[in-house]
Design a protein around this ligand. Sequence first.
Ligand SMILES: Nc1ncnc2c1ncn2[C@@H]1O[C@H](COP(=O)(O)OP(=O)(O)OP(=O)(O)O)[C@@H](O)[C@H]1O
Ligand SMILES: [Mg+2]
Length: 1010
Amino acid sequence: MARPPLKLRSRGTQTEHSAPLVVGRSAELATLGAALTDADESRGRTLFVVGESGIGKSHLVSAIAEQAAQRGFTVAVGRAYPVETGIPYAVFSDALLPVLRDVEPSLLTLLTRGGTAELAQLFPALPIEVKASTAARGDPAEVKSRLLWNFSQFLSRFAARRPLLVILENLQWADSASLEMLHFVARQIAADRVMLIGTHNDPDHRGSAALRAAEQSLRNVASAQRIRLGPLSVESVVELFARMFDADAADTSAFAERLHRWTGGNPFFIDEAIKSLVESGQLREVGGKWVGWDVDELRVPSTIREAVLARLAELSARARRLADIAAVLGSRATHEELAITSGMGHDELIEAIDELRGADVLTERAEAGDIVYDFSHPLLQETLYAELGLARTRTLHGEIAQALEELYGPRAMAHAGELAFHYARGDARRLASKAVQYLRAAGKDASAKHANREAADYLSAALAIAEEEGGDPSAELATDLARVRQRLGDYPAALALWRRALDVATNSGDASRIASIARSIGLAEYWSGSFVDALAHYDAALDAATRAGDGQLEARVRIAKASCLQAIGRTAESRVEIERALAIASALGDDGLLARVHRALVLLYVWSGPAEKAREHGRRAIALAEASGQRSAAWSAHWALAMLGGLTGESDDVRRHLADANRIADELRSPLYRVWTAEVEIEYFAGIGEWDQGVALAERTIEMARALGQRTLLPRLLVWAGLLYLGRGDLERGKACVNEAWELSAASDPTSARDVFSVVPAHIGRAAFHLAMGQYADSIRVGEHGLRIADRSGHVVWAIHRLMPIIAEASLWANDLDRARSIGERMRRQSEALGQRLGLAWADACDALIELFNGHTERAVSLLRGAAEALEAIPFVADAARVRRQLARALAETGDRDGATRELRRAHEVFVHLGAERELDATREQLRELGARPPTRSTAQGIAGLTGREVEIVRLVAARRSNKEIGAALGISARTASTHLSNIFAKLGVESRGELADRAREAGLLEPSS
Ligand SMILES: Nc1ncnc2c1ncn2[C@@H]1O[C@H](COP(=O)(O)OP(=O)(O)OP(=O)(O)O)[C@@H](O)[C@H]1O
Ligand SMILES: [Mg+2]
């Protein structure tokens, strides 16, 4: 059969340098071109090009790839194949490996900058060296986030040198790990020279749920745009003929119209129909002119399938057999792979390949020194596969599996995913044990890459086949799968599997194994909120661990049991468990274990007091963790101590431990640790009155928490952001934040297993919102409900930190003094027990207001002043200023108009700096009532214009500290301290440290802390 002349024209297959002929897509090309310009100018873009099979997505995208290459972009194209749906990060590997292989190893190391281990884990084929010890370890969620983060950092650095276009084709078949990665990366590239294009043929998302989730979530937050391709118009078809055949519209328009109707304007269909018309000679070239356009005589296939089959029917038997094998192989194949799976001799194979290339069934390209073949279009592969029928595909899969296994030889396990795919589809009975073997290996590999979905799919397929075959699947298989299900948060499934494994272990009487499985069951129950069941399993685990004489394990179970006891408020028992773990760890002299025990003790005392004990254990945990090289344990101890500092109003502690925690997070290159410390940092900014910084950090962190799917943390971050918005009088945004937090934490659903760590904050947000709206009864109701939840679980600290102050305030404004008094008393009692300065200051404020409401004005004045100063000393500046407004009221009542005005001016300056609009309005109103003229609303001048950090520095200057000492005290460099100081000098127009100290003293800046 002669090669159709079509390829001689401008269309043809797209070799690297010929721009494909594209008709009827000018709007789409313009959109893509504009996105390319954006990316070139460091405004990273992500687009999805979607539409039915054959509609022209790949064609359009290859045109834009051509443009990108001409504009100096690196272009990386990856394709997904059905065979690879289970192989983690397959599409990204496919796209990036060819590009990365060309990069100098030394440059690659530079670009990965410390994240080499993560990159090597994602792309084992990359030529980079990794020291085994640097490989990612730790909490699965954290390790996963580190993989994603380091990869996106790498892309960003790579693109800094030369802009990058990554095209991911056929995402309907993409593995879910790649989709998660796409989802993450797309949100990180906003300021990078990166453009991502994903294509898929499932615009209505009937297939892959993972694809739907990724695309919709990106489009919801406007991180991605979608281009949906529709059919070509009749005019475009006419244009196509004109450009392909040099034919006059007058000759072809009737045919174009008819073909358009038959094919529904699908260009692939049009293409195939034309090819078959040419091959059958109905369309032919006569004397340099194409003839045969006479519509009535043309027999055109009526479906895509028919069109494809008509063309395939012309192939020789040998070529057809090779095409069938390639279709079952299912992805691009090397020459060697085709040879071994087809069993054809060298010449025979070359001839068959030539024929398939000539008929535009296969295409070839060079890749890493190999020639690889692929179908010119996925529809060809699909049609061939479907034509083969079940029995023949099954046989072929089996043959291919065995041939490939032989070909890979000792490297077979590195191809476990692919082999598993074919073995599992092969002749079930005969090949079952092979299938199980490779499925397990692929599952383990995916699990090591934290591709949990894929791992679960492989392992459950292995389990299913093993069971079907009547064999006794190993208990190990069940526990591997259980672990993966647990990571995915599918606790019921994990529990069922753990129980099975437990039965097996119990029958064999292996005490060590029983203990470890029972502990895992306990954890699964704990995470799904069944605390009582969890305790029962922890006890069983303890029993078995004792029998096995395994001290390590016993200590770990006791730690787990302790945190469960804590969650249900049985603090004393919790303490007993940890003390026992402590005894074991000390006896074993195991620093790593000891570090964990002390960390458990920090958390215990953080939540239940006394604070001093928490600090003491924190110090021990940090020292032990550093000594035993457990960086993440060290991080979490710093985090806990920073948190404690925030809750107890010890700002120096907060600062110091935040700095340490962030340093470790950066050393570990962990975005998740960063997100967790940011939470404490936001509260810190809120406290010291740097609301601009607090809001900015909150917004950044919320984005990252969303991208990393942080279910517990996200609602909390939303609440803290919401409180800042409410404080600023931005009620709309405040409301949106607290409502979202409410939804996410499922706070309103009493049936679902709720996580106190997010549910209580969700109540804080709601109660604060009602308070801001003046809906006091609602605020009290929601607040008390939250308080009951906090009480039940022993999380007193939340209650003191935010809930009780809100309820007390709402009660006061609602004139419910009895309630205010009893909340105030409780706040005082518990704050004293916990060592919480903040709670005490609030209790003081509450007492003071009760006095004021009862008409004991004199007493109220002195109490209010004390409370304001206590809050300023912490510092909790916003609340201090609000107390000063009340102090002004009291002073006015005693007739001290000047005193009142002074307080109001002071509060005014703070509110201006915070941007607290509603408080500011109220303060100005109060000033007017006193007959005083309110100051300007613009950013405060003088001392009041200083930021919280600057105020701290001024205080240290007044205490005669050097820049170096100031730096050390604030956890900044001496140089930064000096920069701050010059800013302060400029703001205040002072010229010496002495003058500055005087000004500060005059302004009363030194009082609260003196
Ligand atoms: N705008 C166009 N102008 C000219 N030819 C086109 C156009 N769009 C598509 N074609 C032709 O139609 C064929 C099918 O298009 P393409 O491969 O891009 O479809 P697809 O949408 O990627 O399909 P699939 O989802 O199956 O991968 C191409 O090989 C190309 O020859
Ligand atoms: Mg395509």
